[in-house]
Design a protein around this ligand. Structure first.
Ligand code: DAH
Length: 347
């Protein structure tokens, strides 16, 4: 049996050893691991001292136990103290390394733009929606009937030559005009009707101002007592919103088979204010759309009583509006996806 004082020396030696080890520790992780090797009940150094208890004579057990316990408390306190110190230092270092200088200039993020034609389309949709128009989305493949015949342009009509058509079969074609949507709407709905219909149209046509695929927006209003005056009033409102205050319209006689009378609509030149410049080719006016009073034949073909109802319609090329608005001189620029061009257009 070991003498008590030998056991006590062992306790002191372990205390000295722990003291020396604590000096060497450098991190909270190190503290954690060393603490385990000292305080773990089963495998720790102090635990093993407790295991000696069996060998201690009965009358000395209390003293020995007290000594070991004091060592345990002492060690625990030192571990806690050191752990708190390292953790504070580590946190400080982390804050330092993660510090953000909020005064640094931010990195520029490249962001995309909506395509100019989409921007114009959305703008027009907003304007017309605020005037109570609903949107009708037609389909790009149409029948000859809806694209031509029902719009008072039968097979042998010379006006068919105005639009060079991509036929898919004798019956089906790629619509050449969003006007085809007018018929679908009037067949499906009784007046009052107030719709716009934006979408792609297709024609065998290709030069600086024409593309085989382009975008149109159709408008149709059918109600009691609708006249060309209503069309003019509405257009005057709209062109101010698109091209700026003070812009006005003028109507010139024209011809479309589905309207009678038919008009071309010009806007006063928003670049020179009407004095004459390169944009308006010195005339002070720029042609923007076709329109007219809906031909009675078209209304009747859709079962609408022309004694009671009348309407106006219009069709506008949206690439043309985008070109005028943003100063493009070639329609191809709108289809080439050149970011140097597109990045400049943001409304
Ligand atoms: N559909 C015609 C075109 O593509 C444009 C047009 C003219 C539409 C007069 C209309 C209209 O609704 O009334 O050239």
């Amino acid at each position: 049996m070991e003498e008590l004082h030998e056991l006590c020396e062992k306790v002191s030696a372990i205390k000295q050893e722990i003291k020396a080890e604590l000096e060497k520790l450098e991190s909270s992780k190190g503290v954690y691991e060393y603490k385990k090797s000292v305080l773990d009940n089963k495998t720790g150094k102090i635990g093993s001292l407790m295991k000696q208890m069996g060998k201690v004579p009965k009358e000395m057990k209390a003293d020995y136990g007290k000594k070991v316990n004091e060592l345990k408390v002492w060690a625990q306190e030192h571990f806690d103290e050191l752990d708190a110190k390292f953790k504070a230092e580590e946190l400080k270092r982390r804050y330092e390394s993660e510090k953000i200088d909020v005064t640094m200039p931010a990195k520029k993020h490249v962001h995309g733009n909506l395509h100019p034609v989409t921007q114009v389309t959305n703008q027009l949709i907003d304007i017309f929606a605020s005037m109570g128009f609903e949107i009708y989305e037609g389909s790009e493949i149409e029948t000859d009937y809806y694209n031509f015949t029902a719009l008072n342009t039968p097979q042998d009509h010379p006006a068919r030559d105005m639009q060079d058509t991509f036929y898919l079969s004798p019956e089906f074609l790629l619509r050449t005009q969003t006007s085809a949507g007018q018929i679908h709407v009037m067949e499906a709905k009784k007046p009052p009707i107030k719709i716009i219909s934006p979408g792609k149209v297709f024609r065998s046509d290709d030069d600086a101002t024409h593309s085989p695929m382009f975008t149109q927006m159709e408008g149709l209003v059918v109600d009691k007592g609708i006249t060309l005056g209503d069309l003019k009033g509405m257009l005057d409102e709209i062109v101010q919103k698109i091209f700026g205050e003070g812009t006005t319209t003028r109507l010139r006689p024209s011809y479309f088979p589905f309207t009678e009378p038919s008009v071309e609509v010009d806007v006063s030149c928003f670049q020179c204010g009407g004095c004459g410049c390169n944009l308006c080719k010195g005339t002070g006016w720029i042609e923007v759309l076709g329109a007219g009073v809906v031909n009675n034949k078209v209304l009747e073909g859709c079962g609408i009583d022309t004694e009671e109802y009348s309407g106006f319609a219009f069709g506008v090329g949206l690439e043309r509006i985008a070109m005028l608005k943003y100063g493009f001189n070639n329609i191809k620029l709108l289809f080439e996806s050149d970011l140097r061009v597109l990045n400049q257009i943001e409304d």
